[in-house]
Design a protein around this ligand. Structure first.
Ligand code: AMP
Ligand code: ZN
Length: 492
């Protein structure tokens, strides 16, 4: 169903810094590129906030009837420890520290990333290309940039000439930074840099003898600069110009600024029509980040094995928590906030489930059509998920009133409410109709019953049965521990 025609979507464009009408390059088609993870460690919940928002963008565009090609890359080479083209490659460093192959690092954290995405109900992107799978294309793009006069080689490394580019174009167009002020972001003071100007950034770096991730090129055995892969892969799969490019706000500079410069140099065209940036997830009022150790892993939230939260929470509750905030606002993560989300989530799911039991009345006491319009208007207003949730709770209120026989809906309105609420809750927000709280309570009840039966078996000296209960629970990952106070259990 092509409902995008009657839904006038507005998107906040980080480039123009205002909400703009969303017009696709090709009618009915959307090309969207989102910078993916650097797979040198587990993705933390901050990373997941960004990816989850774009998952909802993807879901909503599909829901509106667009055909979407969603490209989200895997950075498996070239991302150095700092943004000034210095330091070790993050993946190579991890490989060195753990004495394993870089591709083992890549495999381990790619698998973990996919596991998280599956647990959190993400739709897979249309294409998930890797940097190492596109070395040839990256070398070709560097050649093109050199030919056009915007890059130079020094000692086997190639740098983009920012000052030269800025004579003709505007370097800083996205981030608002001025070329003159950009000198700080460099370590050239220690005399190590080959760059003509400190603002320049690497397109190709010559690998020193210790660097294991290296490829032959016309300039040296080396590796591509981090910004290059996204220009190359977005152009390859979405064309020289495409609709949406997304990432976290911290990628605006230098990463996205450099992407624009590279792509524009080659095609002469503005590569992206709508730049979208998510704000940061905070923990203890600081940005959640791997480098500072201030983070929680998404799977640790599900297992409850962490030092931050009082208990485990379900993936759907965490999704709901994320969607309760506007993506352009910072979001503070805490146990209290998750507990509040858990209550809201349970209320919403209870109402959605109760919908099935409602019988139609003769009249409607609630304007379902207007409510539906309000829900879509919220999403059409730059994917305003907290506003959508507020409208969903108007429906929850009505459903609860119907429960108490204080409201009613006609058969048509009831059907419309059911279809709309389910589409928005499950298809668009990606929430899941499960309540891990309920399940864990149920599991607890069942295990406690088995503990009781095992105790009775032991009292009757039925050792075979008592051992069978213990062993079969172990096989399920449930460990019984006999102590003075009785038997307790833990789930692995
Ligand atoms: P990385 O793997 O470091 O390249 O990050 C993957 C994505 O997560 C990027 O789009 C980052 O901007 C985003 N990101 C990193 N930290 C946070 C955070 N604390 N909150 C939200 N997004 C983040
Ligand atoms: Zn990128």
């Amino acid at each position: 169903m092509e409902i995008y025609k009657e839904n006038k979507l507005k998107v906040y464009n980080s480039l123009s810094k205002q909400k703009e009408d969303f017009k696709t390059i090709t009618d009915g088609y959307v090309g969207m590129y989102v910078c993916g993870p650097t797979v040198y460690s587990n993705a933390h919940l901050g990373n997941v906030r960004t990816f989850m928002f774009f998952d909802v963008v993807y879901r909503y565009l599909l829901h509106l009837g667009y055909k979407v090609r969603y490209v989200r890359n895997i950075t498996d080479a070239g991302h150095l420890e700092n943004d000034a083209d210095e330091g070790e490659d993050r993946i190579a460093k991890k490989a060195r520290l753990e004495q394993i192959e870089p591709m083992e690092v890549v495999q381990r954290y790619t698998v973990d990333f996919h596991d998280v995405l599956k647990n959190y109900n993400f739709l897979p992107p249309s294409i998930e290309p890797t940097a190492t799978g596109h070395i040839v294309e990256q070398i070709e793009m560097i050649k093109e940039i050199i030919e056009k006069g915007f890059a130079y080689e020094v000692n086997g490394s190639v740098y983009f000439d920012v000052l030269e580019y800025n004579k003709k174009e505007h370097y800083g167009i996205l981030s608002g930074r001025k070329v003159e002020d950009l000198i700080h972001n460099t370590r050239s003071l220690d005399g190590q840099s080959d760059k003509k100007n400190p603002q320049d950034f690497a397109l190709w770096k010559k690998a020193d003898e210790r660097h294991i991730m290296r490829w032959p090129s016309p300039w040296s055995d080396g590796f591509p600069g981090w910004h290059l892969e996204c220009s190359v892969m977005s152009t390859k799969y979405l064309g020289e110009q495409f609709d949406i490019h997304g990432g976290g706000m911290d990628l605006k500079f230098p990463h996205h600024e450099c992407e624009i410069a590279q792509s524009k140099t080659c095609s002469g065209k503005t590569p992206v029509n709508y730049w979208m940036h998510t704000n940061m997830l905070l923990l203890n009022s600081q940005k959640m980040a791997k480098s500072t150790g201030n983070f929680i892993l998404p799977n640790e939230i599900l297992s409850g094995k962490n030092n931050i939260l009082p208990k485990a929470f379900s993936a759907s509750v965490v999704r709901f928590f994320n969607m309760q905030a506007n993506y352009r606002s910072i979001l503070d993560f805490s146990g209290e906030a998750l507990e509040a989300s858990e209550k809201g989530h349970a209320k919403l799911m209870e109402a959605v489930n109760f919908l099935e039991k409602i019988e139609a009345g003769k009249t409607s006491t609630f304007d379902v059509q207007k409510w539906k319009k309000d829900c879509y208007a919220a999403m059409n207003d730059d994917f305003n998920t907290p506003m959508l949730i507020a409208h969903l709770f108007e429906a929850v209120k009505v459903i609860n009133q119907i429960k108490e026989q204080k409201a009613s809906l006609t058969a048509d309105d009831l059907a419309e409410l059911k279809t709309t609420i389910k589409a928005l809750v499950f298809d668009v927000l990606g929430l899941m109709n499960e309540n891990s709280q309920d399940n864990s309570e149920k599991i607890k009840g069942v295990v406690e019953l088995l503990i009781k039966l095992r105790k009775e078996a032991r009292e009757n000296k039925d050792w075979a049965l008592s051992d069978q209960i213990r062993d079969e629970l172990i096989a399920l990952g449930i460990q019984l521990k006999d102590g003075k106070e009785g038997t307790t259990f833990s789930v692995n």
